[in-house]
Write a protein that binds this ligand. Structure first.
Ligand code: AMP
Length: 408
């Protein structure tokens, strides 16, 4: 079974093609800057990478181009697009109604469209990806895999905000949580590596990339997470504030004279690592500057690790006294030993003891805590695309891959 996975963003489409019997990635690529003069597609097959500069005016052209590349005589991996059995789509927001991945139907498309209010930068493009695929691959099943779905198991005490209750009832203002596909994948893989049944596995997963969130997972399901109504909440991120006192927003508007649009721009695009350091939103540049003694870069690292530590420790009581593992993933979580080390300093109080040598030397997935650490600290590269392919296979396929830690 061949499954195409699409992640359609505001001006880009990321794609992966998976052969599911072998769980093998056949090819992947990225169409960028759709609608701009310098649009391009970069793709790789068998570790060979190619970039083609080409004006790509809209999503339809972008998707046609992807299908052309997949079936190209020289660079392609399939003879005919008819060999694509299903398409899995990453969808950011599913609101309250969505609690799992879903086969795309008119009703599901309507829900994705309605949720555009809650994720205006993502859902409209995610939906456009589905609509275009339906045109070029008629009859091929589409599956929507939602970032919010994994967190739908959170109890009300985790997701209700202490606002007047009607804001939840009438306006659906609540914590939704994001990065669910990643949190789910690394928790499954962590349980598999530790040989613990996933439905008995308690862990805290730390997805640290340009966006960052932490989730508490009890018996394999999400019970709490740091992101909230939108992906702006929680930890400080590349350019986003994360949690700040809500009165600051009012103060900026009422006393300092900023417009709501200006404040939105500041808290989403000019804050976080970039705002504190004044250097960059990119952790590599912050780390480099910190190594050279730049005080603001050092402060940025300290603020991030302080915030992460605070969230990790605050979530442990929700796990009924047993934490099996803390798992790091995402661009920063996977590649920045210094960030992991700073976060883990002090976590011995919850039984997590980092092995500094393993932390510095491990590449790929594995355990980076001391052998006798009661709580394992793990590094697991995320694979959201594979998780989307697996979810898609589950809904359209006959034989379904199971992680070795699931008993159903
Ligand atoms: P993501 O959104 O998961 O692609 O992660 C992007 C973040 O990962 C950026 O802040 C990058 O600076 C960071 N990152 C990627 N590679 C490294 C690395 N080798 N060391 C430190 N940070 C990294």
């Amino acid at each position: 079974m061949n499954i195409l996975v699409l992640n359609s963003g505001s001006s880009s489409i990321k794609y992966n093609l998976w052969e599911m019997n072998e769980k093998k990635l056949l090819c992947k690529g990225l169409v960028e800057k759709i609608g701009m003069d310098d649009s391009s597609v970069t793709f790789s097959v068998n570790d060979k990478k190619k970039t083609i500069q080409k004006v790509i005016t809209d999503y339809n052209e972008g998707i046609e181009l992807i299908l052309d590349i997949i079936t190209d005589k020289e660079d392609g991996v399939l003879k005919n697009i008819k060999e694509i059995d299903a398409v899995g789509h990453r969808i950011v927001h599913g609101g309250e109604k969505i609690i799992q991945s879903e086969l795309v139907t008119p009703e599901i498309k309507k829900i994705i469209d309605e949720c555009a209010l809650l994720a205006p930068l993502h859902n409209p493009h995610n939906l456009e990806g589905i609509v275009e695929i339906e045109k070029v691959l008629p009859g091929v099943p589409n599956v929507a895999v939602f970032d919010t779905a994994f967190h739908s198991t959170m109890p009300p005490e985790s997701f209700i905000y202490p606002l007047p209750y009607e804001f939840y009832e009438k306006h659906k203002i609540r914590r939704y949580g994001f990065h669910g596909t990643s949190h789910k994948y690394v928790s499954l893989r962590g349980a598999e590596l530790l040989k613990i049944w996933h439905n008995k596995f308690n862990c805290i997963t730390c997805h640290f990339g340009n966006g960052a969130s932490i989730a508490a997972i009890k018996n394999g399901i999400s019970v709490d997470t740091t992101m909230g109504f939108t992906p702006l909440a929680g930890l400080p991120m590349g350019t986003r504030t994360g949690n700040i006192d809500p009165s600051i927003i009012l103060y900026m508007i009422q006393e300092l004279g900023y417009t709501p649009e200006e404040v939105s721009d500041i808290i989403n695009k000019k804050s976080g690592f970039l705002g504190i350091s004044g250097i960059s939103s990119d952790m590599r540049e912050i780390r480099e500057a910190a190594t050279k003694g730049d005080e603001k870069a050092i402060l940025t690292l300290k603020i991030f690790s302080h915030s992460a530590k605070r969230s990790i420790t605050a979530m442990t009581p929700e796990l009924d006294g047993r934490l099996d593992a803390i798992i790091f993933t995402g661009g920063i979580g996977e590649n920045s030993p210094i960030t992991r080390e700073m976060i883990c300093q002090g976590l011995s109080i919850i039984g997590a003891y980092l092995d500094v040598d393993k932390n510095n030397s491990l590449r790929g997935e594995g355990i980076i805590s001391k052998d006798d650490s009661p709580v394992k600290i793990m590094l697991i590269p995320t694979n959201e695309e594979l998780m989307i392919a697996l979810e898609t296979q589950k809904l359209v396929g006959e034989s379904v891959y199971k992680f070795n830690c699931t008993d159903k």
